[in-house]
Write a protein that binds this ligand. Structure first.
Ligand code: NAD
Length: 487
C-alpha cells in the first residue's frame, strides 16, 4: 500500500490548480491509523465565486459542443479510471477507512455512472410530432442550463460526486464540485484524471472546504442548480436556500432504514445479507439497515442468528487481509456513535452485542467500534428514532406484517427499506405500501444502478427530480418546445 499524502489540497478552477484564499487549514487523518495524510482548506465564498466565473465562461462553447463529442470525454474518463483503479481504491480506503473490497463498490459504482453518461446523445433526445395543426410541426429539445454545484458527503468519497458530474457535463452544463472536507482525496485524484482529459478549461471545477463553500454556492446567482447529498438537516437547508435564490435543487438526505424479516425467509442467506447491510462500511451507508423487525416467531431466531453472525466480523485496517469492517470516519464521530449506544442502554434497549471496547492490535489510534446489536428497541427510543450512522443494529418485534409496515411508515425518514421472505404476496404488499423509495426484496442494500433513479422520499429527499437515471437528465436540462410553420 502506497501512502497517499497531499500536504495542501488545492482547488481546480478554469483548468488550473490553485490554493484556496482561506487562511484556515484543517488536518485530514487516516481513520484507521490516526496518521495525518494532508490538510484541506476551510474554503471561502470567494473561492466559489472564482470557480463559478470560470464555469460560466466555459458554458457557452461547451453547450455548443455536440453531445457525441461530449460523450467521448466520458469514454476517456472511464478508461482513465480503469487504468488507475487500484490506486483509486487504496485512496478511498486510506481516507475513509472502509475495506479495500468495499472501496471497489465505491469506485465501481462511480465508473458505472460515467459509462451510463456516455449514452448522452440517446438520453437527451427530445420529442417531435408533425402536423399538430395543418402545416404545423412541433419539436421539443432538452437544453443545458448553465453552472451546477455538486456537494458531497463523506461516506462515498469516490462515487457520490459521480452520481452527478458525468450527467451534468455530458448534457452540456459546467460544474463546480465540493467534496466532503473529511475525505477530499478521492476527488482530488479524480480531478487529476479529469485534467488529463484536456476538457475545455472551466467545464469542471472543484472547490474544497466546508459550510462556507456550500453557502457560497447557494448564494451565487450564476449557479443554476445544486445537487446535494448529506444529512437531512443540511439537505433541508440547501433546499430552502435554493428556493429563496431561485435555483433548481435535488437534496438527498439522511436515513433510518427498516428491514422486515418474515419467518418464511431463507434464514442463512437472509442473515448474511442483513449483517452485511447493517455493518458494511461500518454502518456508514445511507442504505444501511438500521432497524430489523422480526415478525412473530422470526424475532427469536433473528436475535440469535444476527448476534452469532455479527461476532464473525473482523474489525481492522481496510487493506489488511481478512478484515471485514473498518473504523468510523473520525474520533468525533466515534464519540457520537458511542453516545447513541449509551442512550440505548439508558432508555431500556437490551444490548446483545457490545462493540464499545474494540481494540485492533497495531492500530491503537484508529476510530474502531465493534459490531453492536440491541434488541427490544422501540420507535420512541433515541436509537429507534435518530440516524446513528455507525455499526449499531437495532432489533425489534412485530406481531404481523401490517404492524411492522406501519411502524416503518411512521418514521419521518424514508430512504430505503427491505423485506426478507419467500412469500410473493408479502413481498408485493411491502413493495407497494412502504414509503421508502428504494426497496429491497431479499436484498439488504437496495442501491439502484446508474440507469435507474436513486433517492429516497419524505424527510430523506428534498426536491422532485432525483439522482442518476432518466430523472438526472431532466434535472440538468430544461425543455424547449418549438411550434413551427413554414409559409
Ligand atoms: P453532512 O450533512 O454533515 O455533510 C454533507 C455536506 O454538507 C458536506 O459537504 C459538508 O461540508 C456540508 N455541510 C455540513 N454541514 C453544513 C452546514 N451546516 N451548512 C452547509 N453545509 C454543510 O453529511 P455527512 O456527515 O458528510 O454524510 C452523512 C450523511 O449523508 C448521512 O445522514 C447519510 O444518510 C447521508 N447520505 C445520504 C445519501 C442518500 O442517498 N440519501 C447518500 C449518502 C449519504
Amino acid at each position: 500500500m502506497q501512502k497517499y499524502y497531499v500536504e495542501k489540497v488545492r482547488n481546480y478552477i478554469g483548468g488550473e490548480w490553485s490554493l484556496s484564499s482561506s487562511k484556515e487549514w484543517v488536518k485530514i487523518t487516516n481513520p484507521a491509523t490516526g496518521d495525518e495524510i494532508g490538510q484541506v482548506p476551510a474554503g471561502t465564498a470567494a473561492d466559489v465565486d472564482a470557480a463559478v466565473a470560470a464555469a460560466k465562461k466555459a458554458f457557452s462553447s461547451w453547450r455548443d459542443t455536440p453531445p457525441a463529442v461530449r460523450a467521448r470525454y466520458m469514454f476517456d474518463l472511464r478508461n482513465l479510471m480503469e487504468k488507475n483503479y487500484d490506486e483509486l481504491l487504496s485512496i478511498c480506503t486510506q481516507e475513509h477507512g472502509k475495506t479495500y473490497e468495499e472501496s471497489k463498490g465505491d469506485v465501481r459504482r462511480g465508473i458505472d455512472n460515467v459509462e451510463t453518461a456516455a449514452g448522452i446523445p440517446m438520453m437527451m433526445l427530445g420529442d417531435a410530432l408533425e402536423q399538430v395543426a395543418t402545416g404545423i410541426d412541433c419539436v421539443s429539445f432538452r437544453q443545458p442550463m448553465g453552472v451546477f454545484g455538486i456537494i458531497a458527503p463523506y461516506n462515498f468519497p469516490s462515487m457520490v460526486p459521480l452520481w452527478f458530474l458525468p450527467y451534468a457535463i455530458a448534457s452540456g452544463n459546467t460544474v463546480v464540485v465540493k467534496p466532503s472536507e473529511q475525505v477530499p482525496f478521492s476527488q482530488y485524484r479524480l480531478f487529476e484524471l479529469l485534467h488529463e482529459l484536456k476538457l475545455p478549461p472551466g467545464v469542471v471545477n472543484m472547490v474544497n472546504g466546508g459550510k462556507d463553500v456550500v453557502n457560497g454556492m447557494l448564494d451565487n446567482k450564476d449557479i443554476a442548480g445544486v445537487s446535494f447529498v448529506g444529512s437531512s438537516p443540511v439537505a433541508q437547508h440547501v433546499a430552502t436556500r435554493c428556493g429563496a435564490t431561485g435555483k433548481r435543487f435535488q437534496a438527498l438526505g439522511g436515513a433510518k432504514n427498516y428491514t422486515i424479516v418474515m419467518d418464511d425467509c431463507d434464514w442463512d442467506k437472509s442473515i448474511n445479507n442483513i449483517v452485511d447491510s447493517a455493518f458494511g462500511c461500518a454502518g456508514q451507508r445511507c442504505l444501511a439497515t438500521a432497524i430489523a423487525v422480526g415478525v412473530g416467531p422470526a424475532y427469536a431466531k433473528l436475535k440469535e442468528q444476527i448476534v452469532a453472525r455479527a461476532k464473525q466480523i473482523k474489525v481492522g485496517e481496510g487493506h489488511q487481509p481478512g478484515v471485514t469492517m473498518g473504523p468510523v470516519i473520525s474520533a468525533k464521530h466515534k464519540e457520537r456513535v458511542l453516545g447513541y449506544i449509551e442512550k440505548g442502554i439508558k432508555e431500556g434497549a437490551k444490548l446483545l452485542l457490545d462493540g464499545r471496547d474494540c481494540k485492533v492490535p497495531g492500530f491503537p489510534n484508529g476510530h474502531f467500534i465493534g459490531p453492536t446489536v440491541f434488541a427490544d428497541v422501540t420507535p420512541e427510543m433515541t436509537i429507534g428514532r435518530e440516524e446513528v450512522f455507525g455499526p449499531v443494529l437495532s432489533l425489534s418485534e412485530s406481531p404481523d406484517l401490517a404492524t411492522a409496515l406501519q411502524t416503518a411508515k411512521n418514521h419521518p425518514l424514508a430512504n430505503a427499506a427491505s423485506i426478507y421472505t419467500s412469500n410473493g404476496a408479502s413481498a408485493r404488499k411491502f413493495t407497494r405500501e412502504i414509503d421508502a423509495a428504494m426497496v429491497g426484496v431479499n436484498i439488504g442494500v437496495a442501491a439502484p444502478m446508474a440507469y435507474f433513479t436513486f433517492g429516497g422520499s419524505k424527510g430523506s429527499f428534498f426536491g422532485d427530480l432525483k439522482a442518476h437515471g432518466k430523472e438526472s437528465i431532466a434535472f440538468y436540462t430544461q425543455n424547449k418546445t418549438a411550434i413551427q410553420r413554414w409559409w
